[in-house]
Design a protein around this ligand. Structure first.
Ligand code: 3H9
Length: 719
């Protein structure tokens, strides 16, 4: 776990060996303690170099160990003892020095970084703070403002930036380890006292209080209700105002509070969920690690609406040549302007040149003969999509993969009109597609493992978090959205207002409440879907719209809002009013208040006071309940997939883990009991009826979320 060698006769080279990221597991800490003792006690050794195996210095504490009791030597005293040693220690940083890895480097007396290395203290993203002295040493090294920014955001910096900030002493293009050994030999005769960061005084800015206040306000605005960044500010304040020995105590106290919080558990769960989500398995048994994806060099995007434009940009900026197809010259020209503008802005932001030469625009599908993959992004209309797929099947070479950016239509029905159903899958992007990180890869029953592997790997290449899902109406994300938003509109009928519901959801941590999100997405989208599915239309009596349709409870209020031409932000009116069409500043609208009062009066509904607890429970437990159904139906393979989809596609707060993790934290028994309660009160709302899987899990003693899979594995999977 820590290898020891003597090099150049007098330098002890300690190599951390815990693949893949050389995290500081108990065995590694033990290894460091042992090898450091050996180096410090061996008179032949004049200096020490610490490096990591396989070109990675260290990815920090072993996050998996946080779930159990502490074993092995604690990190902080171990690091303090390295710094206190009387032989120079040099960190040779290749790959990454993150979290505890950077804290280890900070107790070394010198730091040499490879030019491609990345450094940072990302503990805050795991709901923690750098508790092995990081909050106390970094400010002493680079000053309060810079340290505060790095610690509260968890941002990684390049080695070049680290050099500018003063975190590292030298950046090299060569083998960092070899350079560090030479450096160590030169450092032998030099005094170490000024290299021990804990002994330095903090360069304290005169306006410390104002600075900390400003950062606190910024955090409260951006990360509402999130504890860790605020604790980081307090720890840095301690560094600025207390001697090291007291500051470190404060750091530990703050860490203890965070460590035991639900937020830290949720954020660490989220870290692993994001990685687990990429590991798909199909009913055939084929899986992520035994199926080779095809290489995609060229792709086509059909339709240059909002989605198509974002998809074209996502492809081109990772070096894939793109043919974009539109049906009419005017649309094609405006699409071209927008795609070029988006790519140019994106390239400017990233400091690279825009890959405009990769783009081609055409009116003819005939031009797609030779592309490797097509992503269809036309209107959400099955007949139209089928026509496109039929045409593609004729035009493209037989090996071209055909994907649909549908948000919920039957991918297998599209596959069925082609000559290559095994090469068809869904690639459901989220709007705006070049910004949003989520990609649902929809596996049809006939999609081959190579098709899924290729779509998943293409997603990864485009920087997306890709999740494989089964084929059913709405897939995972949009299928779950329905009960969630239905509950919100039923609550309006009963006495709530859009702003009340949104405030509760936003205080919970959602980026946007359900009504503000609908206004942003456009209310006409859902209206069109409801009309197409026969739920509303010209046959409905506008004066007395029925509240039961197709055998279920139905809330006509969203249709009534649309009938007034209120489609959300784009029309300047929706659930809220805006300064102008396209405005984003949502204000409560008395007309909506009026509409709700008239509606309740018409149906004799006596408005009641609705509590925050009821809003949370009805919206979020209904959301999770559908998640349990999705798991049982085999549309998602594991709860982590659902949670990742909700975090990256629907603004579910990461520090709550996602709807399924949230349900597990509330307690499955409690969720079941509340759903039963609400279903009793609303027996005509089927999505409030507790799902069989939820009941089964409760009957099995509510196992932890990581064990749910064992209770669903017998069910037929669509994945
Ligand atoms: C800390 O240090 C606390 C201290 O301040 C004080 C304590 C007292 N532990 O991301 P990848 C796994 S908190 C355990 O796919 P990449 C990961 O799950 C820690 N496991 O690779 C995956 O497993 P699998 C602060 C870890 O190349 C595999 O390694 N540190 C850890 O895209 C590959 O990971 C951080 O927050 C870990 N620390 O990215 C850094 N790190 O193969 C967290 C990774 O089974 N790590 N794994 O799915 C990262 O940000 C990225 O993993 C890294 C590599 C950039 C290092």
């Amino acid at each position: 776990m820590a290898r020891y060698e003597l090099v150049k006769r007098s330098v002890a080279l300690i190599t951390l060996t815990n693949p893949p990221v050389n995290s500081l597991s108990s065995a590694v800490r033990h290894g460091i303690a042992k090898t450091m003792d050996r180096a410090l006690s061996d008179p032949k050794v004049t200096a020490v170099v610490i490096c990591g195996e396989n070109g990675r210095f260290c990815g920090g504490a072993d996050i998996r160990e946080f779930a159990g009791p502490l074993r092995g030597p604690p990190l902080l005293p171990l690091l303090d003892s390295i710094e206190a040693g009387d032989k120079p220690v040099v960190a040779a940083i290749e790959g990454v020095a993150l979290g505890g890895g950077l804290e280890l480097a900070l107790v070394c007396h010198y730091r040499i970084a490879h030019s491609k290395a990345r450094l940072g203290l990302p503990e805050v993203t795991l709901g923690l703070l750098p508790a092995a002295g990081g909050t106390q040493r970094l400010p002493r090294l680079i000053g309060i403002p810079a340290a505060l920014e790095l610690i509260t955001t968890g941002r990684h910096v390049s080695s070049q930036e680290a050099l500018k900030l003063g975190i590292v002493d030298q950046v090299t293009e060569h083998n960092a380890c070899e350079v560090a050994v030479e450096f160590a030999l030169r450092a032998v005769a030099k005094p170490l006292s000024s290299r021990r960061l804990s002994a330095l005084t903090v360069p304290c800015p005169p306006d410390l209080d104002a600075l900390l206040e400003a950062v606190t306000m910024q955090i409260q605005k951006k990360a509402r209700g999130v504890m860790a960044p605020l604790a980081c500010v307090q720890a840095v304040r301690a560094a600025a105002t207390m001697p090291y020995s007291q500051g470190i105590k404060r750091e530990s106290e703050l860490m203890a509070t965070l460590f035991n919080s639900g937020q830290a558990r949720a954020l660490q769960y989220s870290f692993f969920a994001e990685r687990t989500a990429g590991k798909w398995t199909l009913p055939s048994g084929a899986q992520w690690n035994d199926t080779k994806p095809r290489e995609i060099r060229s792709a086509a995007v059909i339709g240059l609406g909002t989605m198509g434009r974002g998809i074209a940009v996502s492809l081109a900026r990772v070096g894939i040549s793109v043919i974009a197809v539109e049906s009419d010259r005017k649309l094609m020209e405006s699409g071209r302007q927008m795609v070029i503008g988006m790519l140019e802005r994106d390239a400017k932001r990233r400091g690279v040149s825009a890959s405009l030469n990769l783009l081609k625009f055409t009116l003819s599908l005939q031009d797609l003969k030779d592309v490797d993959l097509v992503i269809e992004a036309v209107f959400e209309d099955m007949a139209l999509k089928k026509r496109v797929f039929q045409e593609l099947s004729k035009v493209c070479r037989p090996t071209t993969l055909l994907c649909s950016n549908t948000s919920g239509l039957d991918v297998d029905a599209l596959a069925g009109v082609t000559d290559r159903p095994q090469l068809v899958s869904g690639m459901h992007f989220f709007s705006p597609a070049h910004v949003m990180k989520l990609l649902e890869v929809v596996c049809g029953p006939r999609s081959s493992s190579e098709t899924i592997a290729t779509a998943m790997s293409l997603g990864k290449r485009m920087g997306k978090v890709s999740v494989a899902v089964g084929n059913c109406p709405g897939f995972v994300g949009n299928r779950m959205l329905k009960p969630y938003s239905d509950q919100a509109t039923f609550l309006l009928e009963e006495g709530a207002t859009p702003e009340q519901i949104d405030k509760v959801l936003e205080d919970f941590g959602f980026a946007m409440g359900v009504f503000r999100m609908s206004d942003l997405a456009g209310l006409d989208v859902g209206w069109r879907v409801r009309k197409e599915s026969g739920l509303t239309g010209p046959d409905v009596d506008p004066k007395n719209p029925p509240r039961r349709r197709q055998g279920r409870k139905y809330c006509p209020i969203p249709d009534m809002v649309c009938e007034q031409g209120r489609f959300g932000q784009k029309t300047g009116r929706g659930w809220y009013m805006y300064d102008k069409p396209g405005g984003t500043n949502a204000k409560p609208d008395p007309l909506i208040q009026n509409l709700l009062e008239t509606y309740r009066g018409r149906y004799g509904i006596k408005p009641r006071n609705i509590t925050e607890q009821e809003i949370i429970e009805r919206c979020l437990f209904a959301l999770a309940n559908e998640g349990f159904r999705i798991l049982k139906d085999g549309i998602a393979a594991q709860p982590e997939d659902i949670d990742v989809i909700y975090q990256f596609g629907y603004g579910f707060p990461r520090h709550r883990g996602g709807p399924m993790f949230y349900a597990s934290m509330v307690g499955l028994e409690r969720v079941l009991e509340r759903l039963e309660h609400y279903h009793q009160a609303h027996p005509d709302v089927s999505h409030l009826e507790p799902s069989p899987l939820l009941k089964k899990l409760v009957a099995c003693g509510s196992p932890p979320i990581q064990k749910w899979r064992e209770h669903i594995k017998t069910i037929h999977s669509h994945l």
